[in-house]
Ligand binder design. Structure first.
Ligand SMILES: Cc1cc2nc3c(=O)[nH]c(=O)nc-3n(C[C@H](O)[C@H](O)[C@H](O)COP(=O)(O)O)c2cc1C
Length: 401
């Protein structure tokens, strides 16, 4: 189930030009299953009229402490909310909040709210760089208010090399999900290292040996772990996926590079999820020049690459949770159990490459989770994101033992 299903979100909108993007944000949150109450400042209502948000959220829009029927709405909304997002947060709104002013519905509600608060500041780059704005934002961050952006990019008045532009709605949603989920739970503040994608090994300067891994499974695990409050490092082979929000990405190409990156990351890792599909073999003598077709048949002698989980075993931190994957063809469970023991893993995610809808380069997966205690959990065919949540539930159970 989506993190947003049934959640009550107050979306505060203050009077910045970026409030046209708040319409998309309101729409996305509503589509994801949240109940969204939009609260506009007076300046925001100059930019976008309430019926736009009412149509997008299916809920009445509030703007004043003094509206008929709105008495005490600041307390009611502030208490009922699971999360308050202010996007855009103008320099003026940030200043008022930093001072604790309560001179309209939104600022009064922000003082009364008990839920986490996320601000997406957006303003002219000079306004953002102003020492007073910086001091206001620092004060709010020190009070536990979460901030997303602003980013470098085009402003309404033209291009800019400095921060000021509001983060895009998808990025605000990812941060909002972390605010909702990442405040408690065993993964909060833990270092999670995830590997993803294939590796590739040179045959000659233009050709490689690789495999069909898309990286989707590892990317979904990294995304979900960050949302649960972890500090995530994603070590990825060459794939065509956008970097997950909030995650530190390290790019590698060969199995040797992947091993070096895992070796470096392991001593600080509380959890390693080895979802990458490293090439198990590589050309033993790659050519320095391109082999031409007219040279005739091409035989490429191959040698095994390093077994990363076994080779880096001594780098593991005591008490860390190590998760491996076993993508097998036939008798997957028995092969998975043997691999768990051979590689000294805490959990292994087993799937059958020949099963429809499972394995490489598809959106779904059907896996079984085997742990050291001998427990086997068979998850249904579901999206890779849902499988990632199932894997992290199992990791959290192990961390909690
Ligand atoms: C066209 C226009 C665009 C503006 N864009 C921004 C902006 O992006 N960020 C900002 O902090 N203020 C912006 N302002 C100024 C705010 O609207 C002004 O400071 C207002 O008092 C903010 O009130 P509020 O914070 O209560 O919504 C803009 C003003 C105008 C007229």
């Amino acid at each position: 189930m989506s993190v947003w299903a049934g959640r009550r979100v107050v979306l505060g909108v203050s009077g910045g030009i970026a409030c046209y993007k708040s319409c998309t944000l309101a729409r996305r949150l509503t589509e994801a299953g949240a109940q969204v109450d939009v609260v506009l400042t007076q300046a925001a209502a100059e930019f976008i009229r309430p019926p736009t948000f009412e149509a997008l959220t299916g809920r009445p829009v509030l703007g004043s402490l003094w509206e008929p029927g709105g008495a005490l709405s600041h307390v009611r909304l502030g208490h009922a909310a699971d999360l308050v997002i202010v996007a855009p947060a103008t320099a003026h709104l940030v200043a008022r909040l930093a001072q604790g002013l309560a001179d309209d519905l939104l600022t009064t509600l922000l003082l009364a709210a008990t839920a986490p608060v996320l601000l997406a500041p957006a303003m002219n780059d000079e306004m953002y760089a102003h020492p007073q704005t910086r001091a206001n934002l620092e004060r709010l961050a020190a009070r536990g208010i979460a901030l997303v952006g602003p980013e470098v990019g085009a402003l309404a008045e033209g291009p800019s090399e400095r921060p000021g532009r509001m983060s895009e709605p998808e990025i605000i949603m990812a941060h909002a999900a972390r605010c909702l989920r990442g405040t408690a739970g065993p993964l909060r503040g833990r270092r999670v290292v995830v590997t993803a994608g294939p590796t590739r090994e040179s045959i000659d300067p233009v050709r490689v040996v690789t495999n069909r891994s898309s990286g989707k499974m590892g990317y979904r695990v990294a995304e979900a772990a960050w949302e649960r409050g972890a500090d995530v490092v994603l070590i990825t082979g060459p794939v065509a996926l956008p970097a997950p929000v909030g995650v530190r990405v390290m790019r590698v190409e060969t199995t040797t590079e992947l091993e070096a990156a895992v070796r470096e990351a392991l001593p600080a890792a509380d959890v390693l999820v080895m979802a990458a599909a490293p090439a198990d073999f590589r050309p033993s003598d790659p050519s320095d020049s391109k082999r031409a077709r007219h040279d005739g048949a091409l035989a490429v002698p191959m040698e095994p690459t390093v077994d990363i989980l076994s080779a880096t075993r001594s780098e593991r931190r005591a008490g860390s949770v190590i998760v491996g994957f076993a993508l097998e063809t036939g008798d997957a469970m028995a092969k998975g159990r043997a691999k768990l023991e051979r590689k000294d893993l805490d959990l292994i995610v087993v799937n059958d490459a020949l099963e429809p809808g499972a394995g490489f380069d598809v959106e779904t997966n059907r896996v079984a989770l085997l742990d050291r205690e001998g427990t086997a959990r068979i998850l249904p065919l579901q999206s890779k994101r849902q499988v990632a949540e199932g894997i992290l539930d199992a990791v959290e159970r192990i961390l909690g033992r």
